[in-house]
Design a protein around this ligand. Structure first.
Ligand code: FPP
Length: 257
């Protein structure tokens, strides 16, 4: 058997230098456990989120060094508005600070920043920051970072359905032309390959309205570590677990051989 990695480098098993296990192109992360991390230390939940931003910075640096092409992070869900107002406003503040403090480093490193989620209900200053971050980095090609903020998968799919229904109503398309590709083209991730690997930290095992359409064939890796403790080592472990999985996309893979 010849093993081929993503760059198409081939090697025979037992060769002096083994080919590296396949790397996922797109890694999506549900950064969970900030509150529990803080509680374990008798700190306010917000401190857990602050340390969560440090973990995000570490993880993004490691992902760049490892050569992950696309990283999507779940930073604020459509359902997070139900948290206490102080926590919601702290999360908004952290997003602003993250963009202000980290955008220069991301831009310099060749990262294209995209935002997924509903911006209409965000404060105008945040909306402006997000638009500026996207505009500044739009020509970068080393890595794409998608920040899912005020994001929910059901809301995203419903918005795509509304847009397509409106086109049908205007006579611009037929009902039969509504295909998976037509829906995909109207999602926040349009044009971006689907996640190969979805990681969730803190031991919870669910998707929580995150990239549900896009994750149809993703490998899911659940790690017990709380998000503020995350970094290179935990990411490498998740990538190693991904490398051990066999992806079959509905086919038989090696079980049919
Ligand atoms: C889940 O932890 C985490 C969130 C709801 C927010 C994730 C946010 C960050 C990592 C920091 C913000 C980053 C940016 C870019 C704004 P939880 O509060 O649900 O933890 P718990 O389940 O232990 O209570």
């Amino acid at each position: 058997m010849t093993m081929v990695d993503r760059q198409g480098l081939a090697s025979e098993p037992g060769a002096a230098v083994a080919a590296p296990a396949a790397l996922p192109r797109h890694v999506a992360i549900i950064m969970d456990g900030n509150g529990r991390w803080a509680k374990q230390r008798g700190l306010p939940r917000i401190e857990g989120h602050r340390r969560g931003v440090d973990a995000l910075r570490r993880t993004l640096r490691a992902a760049r060094e490892i050569g992950i092409e696309i990283v999507t992070v779940y930073s604020f869900s459509s359902e997070n508005w139900s948290r206490p107002a102080t926590e919601v406003s702290a999360l908004m503040g952290l997003l602003k600070r993250f963009i202000r403090n980290d955008l220069a480093e991301l831009h310099e490193a060749g990262v294209r920043v995209r935002i997924a989620g509903d911006r209409d209900s965000l404060e105008p200053d945040i909306r402006l920051l997000l638009t500026e971050a996207e505009a500044l980095t739009k020509a970068n090609t080393r890595q794409t970072l998608i920040v899912a903020f005020n994001y929910g998968s059901r809301q995203e799919i419903a918005a795509a359905a509304r847009a397509l229904a409106a086109e049908v109503a205007r006579g611009e398309r037929t009902v039969d032309s509504i295909t998976p590709e037509a829906i995909e083209a109207r999602l926040a991730t349009a044009g971006v390959p689907d996640p190969d690997l979805v990681i969730r930290t803190s031991g919870e095992m669910r998707l929580s309205n995150f990239l549900m359409w896009q994750s149809a064939y993703a490998e899911l890796v659940f790690q017990p570590i709380l998000w503020p403790d995350y970094g290179r080592e935990a990411l490498v472990e998740a990538l190693a677990e991904y490398g051990r999985r066999e992806r079959r996309y509905g086919g038989l893979g090696s079980v049919g051989a």
